[in-house]
Design a protein around this ligand. Structure first.
Ligand SMILES: [Zn+2]
Ligand SMILES: [Zn+2]
Length: 353
């Protein structure tokens, strides 16, 4: 098999080759058909998250050991199974749920493996899908994609699931008034598609990149807000004459958290999913005075991925913003993503076997 490994934090991924692994127990060997490229991979590659004031949260200090194969948005075909897994699975094509936990803690027992304190996430803590093959520990992590294209199904494991879980946290509010999504990257466009599929009242997308805002409009956003140009506040007031009830911040930096807090109205909700980095300086009395709910949301659980894929299989989620690249281009795609030059979602497909 071939795979692109992160050998050292900060370095480019290195292509390596080794024998297909022997399987044990419930393990499955899958052949990767499509692997989405996520902004989180940049953080893993660099080895840390910026948590503001010059401080960082390092993967190494949390026990992440290299080398690792990144890539957590994977659609793959089962090609071999361990002795305790049903052989009928061979030939099955599925989306892989990557947010695997320890399996024993209260979070895992409650079906929230994504919140496990000792994660075993595929593509971070265990080898992922920037490869021809990968090992999945159990068939419970296979999610049916029906006849959805593999390139469109792959991003559902992270960007789709992240947005679905964040949108669920807003409950029926999405039916009552438009949601403001900050960040018109892969996550933001996915948010537009999912809110539309759920019959929401619409999405307004804010960004500072007009090219990405145009893509958001093409993806079905009802309006866009360029917060990098003068006059954006008055435009926001025109779009939201009674204030913003719901904000999803897909960027998560100092500037976007300030925009989210400034625009959210009384009794409003802010859901933070972006991991860009930094700190916010929200005026504390205003959190109470505006009765704002600020909530974090991190990827999503396996049950939510099944719900999302049912919606995707129904054809309701129009995610026509995926661009395909050969697996061999993974480093240049990551570089382009870091420079903010990827519009929509980049998905790698095998080119070397
Ligand atoms: Zn991701
Ligand atoms: Zn756990």
């Amino acid at each position: 098999m071939k795979a692109f490994q992160l050998l050292r934090f900060g370095d480019a991924l290195v292509q390596r080759e080794w024998e297909l692994p022997a399987l044990t127990g419930t393990q499955l060997l899958v052949q990767v058909l499509a692997a989405g490229v996520c902004h989180t991979d940049l953080h893993v590659k660099e080895g840390s998250f910026d948590i503001g004031d010059g401080h960082s949260l390092h993967f190494a200090s949390r026990g992440l050991q290299l080398p690792k194969v990144l890539g957590h948005e994977v659609v793959a075909k089962v090609v071999a199974v361990g002795t305790d897994a049903p052989s009928t699975l061979v030939g099955t094509t599925a989306l892989i749920y990557p947010w695997i936990g320890c399996g024993n803690c209260p979070a895992c027992s409650a079906g929230r493996e994504n919140l496990c304190a000792t994660p075993a996430f595929l593509g971070t803590w265990r080898d992922g899908g920037y490869a021809t093959h990968m090992v999945v520990p159990h068939w419970r992590y296979l999610v049916d994609i029906g006849d959805v294209d593999v390139e469109k199904a792959a991003p559902m494991a992270c960007s789709g699931l992240t947005m679905y879980s964040a949108i669920k946290k807003l409950g029926s509010r999405i039916l009552e008034s438009p949601v403001l999504i900050i960040g018109a990257g892969g996550l933001g466009l996915m948010g537009v598609a999912i809110i539309r599929a759920l019959g929401g009242a619409g999405v307004v997308i804010a960004d500072i990149d007009q090219c990405k805002l145009d893509a958001a409009e093409a993806a079905g956003a009802m309006a866009t807000l360029n917060v990098g140009v003068d006059g954006w506040r008055s435009r926001a007031a025109t779009i939201f004459p009674t204030g913003v009830a719901s904000v999803i911040d897909c960027v998560g930096n100092t500037a976007t958290s300030a925009v989210a807090f400034e625009l959210v109205g009384k009794g409003g909700n802010i859901v933070l999913v972006g991991l860009f980095g930094g700190k916010s300086a929200w005026p504390l009395p205003l959190i109470a005075l505006k009765a704002v709910t600020i909530q974090g949301s991190y990827v999503g659980n396996l049950g939510e991925l099944h719900e999302l894929m049912a919606l995707v299989r129904s054809g309701a989620v129009k995610s026509d913003f995926v661009t395909q690249f050969p697996l061999g281009k993974v480093n240049s795609v990551l570089e382009e993503l870091a420079k903010g030059r990827i519009v929509g979602r980049a998905v790698l497909t095998p080119d070397c076997c």
